[in-house]
Structures are given as structure tokens and as C-alpha cells.
Design a protein around this ligand. Structure first.
Ligand code: FAD
Ligand code: NAP
Length: 303
């Protein structure tokens, strides 16, 4: 029996693990992949306070699990598949085990959305990618396209511009939503060609992607490229809790300022919660808030 079970080992979950275990709560963190979360897909992390030297997401997250374990947080590589309430306790099921706890912190984050063009699924791993850090290396001195107009698309286009010969940055509108400072860098990078008002109709090729067809101002345009990187936003991973707690219209978990959800003893932290600004610093803050309040809740229940 654990005091707190945290589901998800990204910045929110790991921060919750550090706080909860340091506060003396018997804590288990379940992470289905390697701990670190989606920031490990990022080539650059430079906006977390205290980071004066730019680091990759992987380097930045490297010691968070160790820090949590130092205070006694157990970390297991297991995917939570179900959350139930039995006899007033939480029961978490994974393919290997069942675990019980007094409180749960859900920190399962979000995952990249698909853009929805023809051939997108067919060519995943063969020229269609959602991670520049993972796959950028394969496009050294080649031509790639990046789709999207948010922070991720522009930052990753900049990263790819240092590896690839040329980067087409394709956006469906005529304005980016990325931070102005990032836009400025993109506009000043000679090997990034911006194509506004365009959507990708399809990717084509034999074994690997060889080109894309765009809808550009109502006309079709073909580009010869070697790879497509899709960065068109994220969807929240709410499957475990969608029938247990109140969600907003985008499927994000509703919380109050204590990160309490509508279900007593269940807390949400990070990208999964309503009004998250979807930043590492905010996710880490949420994790701390959730853990402090979860431990207070347990103490109160035991009085
Ligand atoms: P996540 O990081 O998504 O972590 C959730 C974790 O839960 C994952 O490890 C996942 O495997 C695990 N999980 C999911 N379901 C289960 C389950 N059922 N059982 C067990 N484990 C599960 N933010 C910044 O502040 N600065 C940046 O520079 C920045 N750059 C970014 C670049 C990219 C390419 C991307 C994609 C995002 C970037 N962000 C950046 C946003 C930032 O990464 C997120 O806001 C942050 O990681 C959210 O943390 P989280 O812990 O809520 O969720
Ligand atoms: P985002 O901000 O939601 O941007 C998604 C982009 O993709 C938008 O420009 C959108 O176009 C476009 N798009 C959506 N669906 C599309 C489709 N089907 N086809 C073509 N284009 C499509 O997502 P994000 O860039 O992944 O960022 C997610 C969050 O993480 C944001 O809050 C962001 O600020 C944060 N983040 C922060 C940093 C940082 O602080 N350095 C870095 C990365 C991410 P429209 O503009 O027309 O809607």
C-alpha cells in the first residue's frame, strides 16, 4: 500500500515524486517509457530558470529521476492501464501488477497530434517524423519540410537548419503563433524557406519519402524533399481518468488551485490539466503543488 501513486514520469510527475517522497509519503511513480517526458524530444531547453547554458531536453531531465529516488520515490517502468476505487482506496492496474494507494497524481502529459495528410501514417519512420532530436541526424545535408507554426515547429526548424541543407517551413496561415524571439531567429536563417498559407495534401515515395504535394493558395505544388517533420500541436493523455473526473471541452482535466480534480484524492499536474501553459517550469510547479496537497489530504484523512 502506497500513500501516493504518480502516473507519468515527465517534469510534472518527477517533481511530484521529489516533493511527495521528501515529505515522507511512501511514493510510487509509474512511467511507461523512459522517465523524462516529452521535453526529451526537444533539441534545446533554455527557458527553465537557472539554465544559463542551453541543454538538450535529454540532458536537462537526466538527473530528475535520481533526485526523486534519493528521497525514496520508487520508479517502475510500467504503464498504468486502469484506475479504480475499491474500499475507499485507489487501485492502479498495470500489465504486470496491481498497486494500491491513498492518493493518486495523474501526470500523463500530452502527445503529438497528426497533421492528417495522405501517407502520414504509412511513412512514419520512413521519412515522416515527430521528433527532430531523434531523427534529424538522418537528414544531414538533405532537404526536409517542417509543418506547423507554433513554438515547437519553429524551434525544431531552427535545429534542423543546422543539420539539413534546406528546411521548408510550411504553415497553414500567414502568421506564426510561436514566440516573437523564435520567429526572428527563423526569419534570419538563410536555409529556412517559409511557405505560408499552405497545407500538405500528401507525401509520396517508394520505400522512403521523396516528396510532398501542397495545397498552396488553392493550387497544388510539388516539393522534392527527403523527410517531413510534423509539429502541429499536442493532445492530452486523459484516457485513464476521462470517466472518473470532470474534463473541459478539450479533454483537459479540471483542477482547482490545489491541483485537486473533481474526484477526492485524485490530483492532476502538468500538460494534462486545464489552463496549463504547457511549459516545463509550470509542469514542475504543478507537480510540487499536487504532491504537497496530496500529502496534506492523506494526513487529514488519517486524523
Ligand atoms: P509529459 O512531459 O508529456 O510527461 C508525461 C509522461 O507520462 C510521459 O513520460 C509518458 O510516457 C507518461 N505516461 C503517459 N501515459 C502513461 C501511463 N498510462 N502510464 C505510465 N506513464 C504514462 N516546454 C518548455 O518549457 N520549454 C521548451 O523549450 C519546450 N520545448 C518543447 C519542445 C518539444 C518538441 C515539445 C514536444 C514540448 C516542449 N515543451 C517545452 C513543452 C514541455 O515539454 C511540456 O510542457 C512538459 O513536458 C509537460 O510535462 P508533463 O510532465 O505534464 O507531461
Ligand atoms: P501549438 O502551439 O498548438 O501550435 C500548433 C501549430 O500547428 C499551429 O501553428 C497550428 O496552426 C498548426 N496546426 C494545427 N493543426 C494542424 C494541421 N492539421 N495541419 C497543419 N497545421 C496545423 O503546438 P506546439 O507548437 O506543439 O506547442 C505546444 C505547447 O508547448 C505550446 O503551449 C507552446 O508554447 C509550448 N512550447 C513551448 C516552447 C518554449 O517555450 N520554448 C517550445 C515548444 C513548445 P494555427 O496557428 O493556424 O492554429
Amino acid at each position: 500500500m502506497y500513500d501516493v501513486i504518480i502516473i507519468g514520469g515527465g517534469p510534472a510527475g518527477l517533481s511530484a515524486g521529489i516533493y511527495s517522497s521528501r515529505l515522507g509519503a511512501k511514493t510510487l511513480l509509474l512511467e511507461k517509457l523512459t522517465p523524462g517526458g516529452q521535453i526529451t524530444l526537444s533539441s534545446e531547453m533554455e527557458n527553465y530558470p537557472g539554465i544559463c547554458e542551453v541543454k538538450s531536453g535529454i540532458e536537462f531531465m537526466a538527473c530528475w529521476p535520481e533526485q526523486a529516488q534519493k528521497f525514496g520515490c520508487e520508479i517502475k517502468s510500467e504503464e498504468a492501464s486502469k484506475i479504480e476505487i475499491k474500499d475507499g482506496e485507489f487501485l492502479i492496474t498495470t500489465p504486470k501488477n496491481e498497486y494500491k494507494s491513498k492518493a493518486v497524481i495523474i501526470a500523463t502529459g500530452s502527445t503529438p497530434k497528426k497533421a492528417g495528410f495522405e501517407g502520414e501514417e504509412e511513412f512514419v519512420g520512413r521519412g515522416v517524423s515527430y521528433c527532430a532530436v531523434c531523427d534529424g541526424f538522418f537528414y544531414k545535408d538533405k532537404i526536409v519540410a517542417v509543418i506547423g507554426g507554433g513554438d515547437t515547429a519553429l524551434e525544431e526548424a531552427l535545429y534542423l537548419s543546422k543539420i539539413a541543407k534546406k528546411v521548408y517551413l510550411i504553415h497553414r496561415r500567414d502568421k506564426f503563433r510561436a514566440a516573437p524571439v523564435t520567429q526572428k531567429k527563423v526569419f534570419n536563417t538563410p536555409n529556412i524557406e517559409i511557405i505560408f498559407n499552405a497545407t500538405v495534401k500528401k507525401v509520396f515515395g517508394n520505400q522512403f519519402v521523396e516528396g510532398i504535394i501542397l495545397n498552396l493558395n488553392g493550387e497544388e505544388k510539388e516539393l522534392k524533399i527527403d523527410g517531413v517533420f510534423v509539429f502541429v500541436g499536442m493532445k492530452v493523455n486523459n484516457e485513464l481518468v476521462k470517466d472518473l473526473v470532470e474534463l473541459n471541452e478539450w479533454g483537459e482535466v479540471k483542477v482547482n488551485l490545489k491541483m485537486e480534480t473533481s474526484l477526492k484524492g485524485l490530483y492532476a499536474a502538468g500538460d494534462i490539466r486545464e489552463d496549463s501553459v504547457k511549459q516545463v517550469v509550470a509542469a514542475a510547479g504543478d507537480g510540487a503543488v499536487a504532491a504537497i496537497n496530496a500529502t496534506k489530504y492523506i494526513e487529514k484523512e488519517e486524523e
